[in-house]
Design a protein around this ligand. Structure first.
Ligand SMILES: Nc1ncnc2c1ncn2[C@@H]1O[C@H](COP(=O)(O)OP(=O)(O)OP(=O)(O)O)[C@@H](O)[C@H]1O
Length: 279
């Protein structure tokens, strides 16, 4: 077992934000953390990445508690892709990606320049950033910046990647591109991935397992088929989507329903009285 979380609790002042969270993640697995706004997803990610410390409970990585790893060691195998984690201004795409190597360098540099060049070139290639490599970050679109941010974490060559809502602000093309690159990287390098995701359809398509949080507690954990169910989603999100199997991949996908939509004037030939719900 690569990561083992046991009875984790987090309180801020007197408010309990996470209660008795337990789960495990295998090496090379992608775990999606889902749940409504304020359910504790980002806080859980901060505890897992060592940014915040837990009030109670423990997190073990490879049999050792996360607090026992020196900061510098953590930075060598754990990368976190956060919203807006890029430097503000004045750096080119290539320079930012090179910054991913910082945890491995001493004050003299300390890495073979040719090796680093080769690594950065391959990342620029993989992320489709070749034509942008000399452009300044501040002149890029949101989707391009997010690709650079992922490139920077790739340069770090971590064993464990954590992502906080990586597809927010991205159009569907860039969402798929980003998730595909992460998935390929996961499979090629046996990378373990833990990602907070809002989009349940993306979560079902790209995650091996899901952890559903509500009010700081784990409501359910399991495969996408176990978790993306109308009853569970309604209990937690307060809206009941239709769940269907993806026609190509067979994975569960949700289709939203809303009261006011039913009241719209919809041509008779397009209306269906009742939809069969696939569970
Ligand atoms: N530093 C803090 N001090 C006090 N309360 C906090 C702090 N950080 C988070 N919280 C509270 O903890 C709860 C969970 O927040 P968190 O950001 O983890 O939720 P989330 O599931 O990631 O939400 P969202 O989907 O809206 O981003 C919220 O009620 C939030 O106000």
């Amino acid at each position: 077992m690569f990561i083992e979380v046991d009875m984790l609790c987090k309180r801020f002042d007197n408010q309990s934000v996470l209660e008795e969270i337990s789960f495990s993640v295998n090496r090379g697995e992608c775990l999606g953390i889902i749940g409504p706004n304020g359910s504790g997803k980002s806080t859980l990610l901060k505890l897992l990445s060592g940014v915040e410390s837990a009030t109670a409970g423990k997190i073990e990585v490879n049999g050792k508690q996360i607090e026992q790893y020196p900061r510098k060691d953590l930075a060598k195998w754990l990368a976190v892709l956060q919203q807006e984690s890029l430097p503000p201004i004045g750096f080119t795409v290539r320079e930012v990606i090179e910054m991913g190597r910082f945890p491995f360098q001493n004050w003299l540099g300390g890495e073979e320049e040719a090796d680093i060049e080769r690594l950065i070139d391959s990342i620029l290639d993989k992320m489709g950033l070749n034509d942008l490599s000399d452009r300044h970050l501040e002149n890029l679109s949101g989707g391009e910046r997010q690709r650079v941010a992922l490139g920077k974490t790739m340069a770090q060559q971590p064993k464990l990647l954590m992502l906080d809502e990586p597809t927010t602000y991205l159009d569907i093309g860039h969402q798929i591109l980003l998730m595909d690159r992460i998935r390929e990287w996961q499979l090629e390098d046996d990378l373990t991935v833990i990602s907070v995701l809002h989009d349940l359809n993306i979560a079902a398509l790209y995650c091996d397992s899901l952890l559903l949080l509500h009010n700081g507690r784990v409501v359910a954990a399991g495969s996408p088929e176990d978790i993306i169910r109308t009853d569970l989603i309604e209990e937690v999100y307060g809206t009941a989507p239709i769940v269907m199997n993806h026609p190509v991949y067979g994975l569960p996908q949700i289709i939203l329903q809303g009261e006011s939509i039913a009241q719209r004037t919809i041509p008779a030939q397009r209306k269906v009285e009742k939809m069969e719900i696939v569970q």
